[in-house]
Design a protein around this ligand. Sequence first.
Ligand code: NAP
Ligand code: MG
Length: 402
Amino acid sequence: MEKIQMTTPLVEMDGDEMTRILWKMIKDELLLPFIDLKTEYYDLGLKHRDETGDQVTVDSAKATMKYGVAVKCATITPNAARMTEYNLKEMWKSPNGTIRAMLDGTVFRAPIVVKGIEPCVRNWKKPITIARHAYGDVYKNTEMVIPGPGKVELVYTGEDGTTMRELVHNFTGAGVAQGMHNLDASIESFARSCFEYALSTKQDLWFATKDTISKKYDHRFKDIFAEIFEAEYKEKFETAGITYFYTLIDDAVARIMKAEGGFIWACKNYDGDVMSDMVSSAFGSLAMMTSVLVSPHGYYEYEAAHGTVQRHYYKHLKGEETSTNSVATIFAWTGALRKRGEMDGNAALCQFADSLESATLSTIESGKMTKDLALITTLPNPTVLNSRDFILAIRTELEKMM
Ligand code: NAP
Ligand code: MG
């Protein structure tokens, strides 16, 4: 069989621990035998980030802006324990945070839906994709414990000296207070990323806030989305046959429970944090969630939503067998290959991505799966495979299809 050719490289960001092991197996068994794989390789493994003073993360983000599509392996975000474990020069920032800040992007998380792993919500038939705004609000707040009676005010002092002042509360006793902010520019990028991704995946877009109560703050989000939609996306959405729908957050939550899925739900920062955990656990497993960072300029970075699966890695290092689920990492690759194919007009590459996804799903549907899925599947008598054998089983399915 002739290998599928690529014209433009993918930006490949390698990572850490168990996912780094899976990364190589996926390439060796599921990609390289079928594709003349072109990538520009960046090693974001913690050791190499430390050696380069984290320059490699910055370079990989720049390469993503150059080529448009990246695929990333899970990486360690260092904490105190990792400082000792890897003898680090510095407690480097989260690579995802660095890349997201550089691409100014929004993260879209979607569950991989497969027969045999049934969502808790019976009527959810298609994935619900959560888009989380990743800037500001309670995550960049300023808080105060109020010790006793007194006045808390919100004061703005303009560069020209003009001031605005609002009373927050006249305290008669002890309490708490908090100040939050957001930026028009960040909300605009968030809105554009959401509209772009809705068009790219041909899915409806929902957005919800609490603008009836937060008449200025949340209302600003609603207005910015509406203005950008009217000016830049309304016609494109009509042509694509998709809709943009705004509602109150409580109404959205009620509707989501009754919906069948197949749309994108844009959430403010806190709502997205909470709702993405709810949606992913209701759909079955964190190991079955994909994640894509979409910039308002149309750059895409695909990855799994889970981490480096440290506990399994330590077992692997001890020579013990692991049964780590590689599905989300495989789907990060297929997402990136399909997007690359779309951008380059490379139908064969898109078709390969479809086939690899089908092969992965039919492997699970035939009862062969990793331990995490075997514990929750509705299929009778599943066969539990180890990390490598699961990937090999997918390869067998894929070979039948190619
Ligand atoms: P994790 O890697 O997501 O794993 C937590 C637990 O979830 C695992 O111990 C395992 O449970 C289960 N799990 C997750 N993915 C799985 C898979 N593919 N197959 C089977 N089981 C899976 O989270 P963590 O252990 O808290 O974090 C480890 C490292 O990942 C940290 O250093 C963190 O900084 C990093 N991290 C990176 C990213 C990213 O790059 N996007 C995201 C999150 C965390 P059992 O042990 O019960 O089997
Ligand atoms: Mg959370």
